[in-house]
Design a protein around this ligand. Structure first.
Ligand code: FAD
Length: 366
């Protein structure tokens, strides 16, 4: 044995992607997860809207959403609680509203009915409304910790361990993090916004991932209403959204501004414009922003996740490009990554597996 202390799987990134992959792989060998920050879930995974919306995303993402539902609903007592969706649009937004209603299989309702759900909707500016019940809050903290606990059952999670060097060895990979060396047969790249940089560090061609900022503001409950049972409210064309959160509303401009990987923060101007779009559809003004933040949603060029071994080197495995779907897809995405690594038949149709495989960016190789 050239490396007696060698792990089976090294995972870079302690967001939901890396932690869920670590949990799945722990059933098949010893794992070490390396996270640069001092806690799991510090970046995108600590900044999400925590929604499970099965129809959200491209077809391959929707397949992952649907394949994840049972896990979210039943594992460890379930991670979901009912939320529901309400889409609203102004008279000038008819094309965007119609497209959303069709894509998300929503049911049109009269504006008065929508106002019974969310009494602050402004009848003077909301011309269309549609709902569907199939949307849930995810207990994202508990989900992340659940996966982390399983991973620790057959391995280690090391925080404060930024990976600074990656070297190919005869048996696999040697990785340097915080002055220590780690070796494993297989390297899983779950570095979120930094995933292309990790590939470059390993001598693997990047995919062309784009981190995109999305900002969020927390505001007091409008007009002192009890918002706890309100649905999540989307402006047509995903031009803004608002969601109840611990007795308050979180409101997002729903922007997608390309950024370099970094510790993201909310852009004041973008936030103000988004809050104005929200305010235009409601009767209660925004009196105060209690806090704001932003996260990077990282997309592959075709906006589908990138899951599986790289044909350039199958010991380098991608678990990246989670975009705006990283939590809701995590049960099925992590299971797919593990299946691809151990050579098991994935629990998804072959067309979906192919639509998610890194091979789609490596035409002409092989
Ligand atoms: C505002 C907002 C709303 C969202 N809403 C939803 C939603 O409702 N539902 C949903 O499912 N998804 C949602 N998302 C998307 C979801 O949050 C992401 O898809 C998911 O968190 C991505 O997880 P990740 O593990 O890939 O990335 P991250 O959580 O960013 O984790 C990557 C980790 O890699 C680490 N890393 C990077 N480089 C190194 C290195 N060199 N060494 C060691 N570690 C490294 C980073 O420190 C980071 O912790 C939302 C995102 C945002 C920003």
């Amino acid at each position: 044995m050239p490396y007696p202390d060698m792990d089976d799987f090294l995972i870079i990134g302690g967001g939901i992607a890396g932690t869920s992959a670590a949990a799945r792989l722990a059933a098949h060998g010893r794992v070490t997860l390396l996270e640069a920050e001092t806690a799991l879930g510090y970046h995108a995974s600590g900044r999400s809207a925590a929604l499970f919306e099965p129809t959200y995303g491209k077809p391959a993402t929707v397949a992952l959403n649907r394949a994840s539902f049972d896990f979210h609903a039943t594992e460890a007592g379930g991670f979901l609680s009912p939320r529901g969706l309400l889409m609203v649009g102004g008279a000038e937004e008819a094309p965007a509203f119609d497209a959303d209603v069709a894509a998300m299989h929503m049911e049109r309702i009269p504006v008065e009915e929508a106002r019974a759900l969310v009494p602050i909707l402004n009848p003077a500016t909301v011309a269309f409304a549609a709902t569907h019940a199939e949307a849930w809050d995810i207990d994202t903290d508990r989900l992340l910790q659940h996966f982390a606990r399983i991973a620790r059952g057959n391995g280690r999670i090391l925080t404060g361990a930024p990976v600074t060097a990656i070297r190919r060895t005869a048996a696999g990979w040697a990785v340097t993090a915080a002055g220590a060396d780690h070796e494993a047969r297989v390297l899983v790249n779950a570095a979120g916004a930094w995933a292309d940089r990790i590939a470059t560090l390993a001598g693997i061609a990047p995919i062309g991932l784009t981190p995109m900022r999305r900002s969020m503001a927390r505001i007091p409950a409008p007009g002192g209403h009890d918002v706890s049972r309100w649905p999540m409210i989307f402006g047509a064309g995903e031009s803004w959204y608002a969601k109840p959160d611990a007795g308050r509303l979180i409101v997002s401009p729903a922007e997608e501004d390309p950024q370099e990987p970094h510790d993201a923060w909310a852009d004041d101007m973008v936030l103000a414009e988004g809050l104005a779009r929200y305010e235009a559809r409601v009767t209660e003004p925004v009196t105060r922003v209690e806090s704001s933040w932003a996260g990077l949603r990282t997309f592959a060029p075709d906006r589908c996740l990138v899951l599986g071994p790289d044909p350039l080197d199958p010991a380098f495995v991608w678990c990246a490009g989670q975009g705006g779907y990283g939590f809701q897809t995590s049960p099925a995405a992590s299971a797919l990554v593990a299946a691809r690594i151990i050579g098991a038949v994935p629990d998804l149709p072959p067309g979906v597996v192919a639509a998610l495989a890194p091979d789609r960016f490596r035409q002409g190789i092989g």
